[in-house]
Design a protein around this ligand. Structure first.
Ligand SMILES: Cc1cc2nc3c(=O)[nH]c(=O)nc-3n(C[C@H](O)[C@H](O)[C@H](O)COP(=O)(O)O)c2cc1C
Length: 312
């Protein structure tokens, strides 16, 4: 499961895995340390608290370009029992990139190499990397691959888009393939695997790659795992149970109506299209509702009257 900031936190991970199958690994949305101590926010500490992640294989992701910060947070996580941490080299957001973090770090290959040397020297834990293929040009990737090759990575997760592409256009599958040919690392592919058909095609095209990371595909179709493994869609009732668990847990964890509504609207933004009637009215109704009581009414109607289907 991909890290999706604001979405795949511990509440989502627990609700999804309780009803719709466990994924092999869950990467947390990035933890962004600041200052000199481990200095994570309350929300970040909550997300990695062992009691919030029972029975799940969770890998915390760290976003920084300072090796001392990375090491400090990784040791804090190791003390909590984590065996692996992941470095974010993909975040395309302007405020992150302008500080040479996330995908912005890819524009500083020498500093990146130094950083990796220091964190691998300073830590006795598994370290994986999630990366884009460059900032502005796919030709940047060859040098980055040479750098990654020098370190004993647990795995190299590649989202084959450039920073400047954000999430638009098609992933550069030919650039990913370059890594398949050249890299000796355990590779994981990430990007635009939304349908069972996409997964099947990927497996045919890259038979040597055994790992894929799923993000928006699972948000869009929470039953994607079952669909991929068994060829069937989970019953609508199960999606309703998943929804209700998520809704109740958000309500318990956050004060007032607004934050829960915000989270649920975001969920429906991805998941809604699988329900008949979504484009004909439900989408607007969900988007416009301001009270939890109204929200509950609409959701009741969607689950009662809408069919839940996906391309099989
Ligand atoms: C709303 C949102 C939040 C994201 N947050 C993170 C994050 O915290 N860390 C990260 O490495 N990638 C993050 N990503 C990127 C995803 O992990 C993933 O690489 C991207 O969505 C492509 O995969 P997909 O097509 O399967 O969704 C985020 C993407 C979205 C859309």
């Amino acid at each position: 499961m991909a890290p999706l900031e604001g979405i795949t936190g511990y509440i989502y991970r627990n609700a999804h895995s309780a009803y719709l199958g466990k994924l092999d690994k869950y990467f947390t949305p990035f933890l962004s340390p600041h200052g000199e101590k481990e200095n994570l926010t309350h929300r970040e500490r909550n997300d990695v608290a062992p009691e919030h992640n029972m029975g799940l294989n969770v890998v915390p992701q760290i976003l920084t370009n300072k090796s001392s910060q990375f090491i400090r947070v990784a040791k804090y996580l190791q003390d909590l029992g984590y065996k692996e941490v992941n470095l974010n080299l993909g975040c395309p957001s302007g405020t992150v990139v302008s500080k040479n973090k996330g995908s912005g770090f890819l524009a500083k290959p020498e500093e990146l190499q130094q950083f990796l040397t220091e964190i691998f020297d300073g830590l006795d834990m598994r370290i994986s990397i999630k990366t884009r293929i460059g900032m502005t040009d796919t030709s940047e990737f060859a040098e980055l691959l040479d750098i990654f090759e020098q370190f004993p990575l647990e795995e190299l997760i590649i989202h084959p888009r450039l920073r400047q592409e954000f999430y638009t256009g098609n992933p550069h599958r030919e650039v990913f393939h370059e890594a398949v040919v050249r890299s000796t690392k355990k590779l994981c592919y990430n990007g635009d695997l939304f349908l069972k058909e996409h997964l099947d095609t990927f497996a045919k095209e890259e038979p040597s790659v055994e790992q894929v990371m799923l993000g928006r595909g699972v948000l869009r179709n929470p039953g994607l795992l079952q669909l991929a493994q068994e060829g069937t869609m989970p019953d609508k009732a199960l999606i309703k149970e998943f929804h209700d668990r998520l809704y109740n847990d958000y309500r318990d964890a956050m004060p007032g109506d607004k934050p829960t509504l915000f989270k649920m609207k975001e969920l429906w933004f991805y998941m809604g299209t699988l329900f008949t009637g979504w484009d004909e009215g439900y989408a607007k109704q969900i988007r416009k509702c301001n009270r939890l009581s109204d929200y509950e009414q609409i959701v009741k109607q969607i689950f009662r009257d809408g069919e839940y289907t996906d391309k099989i």
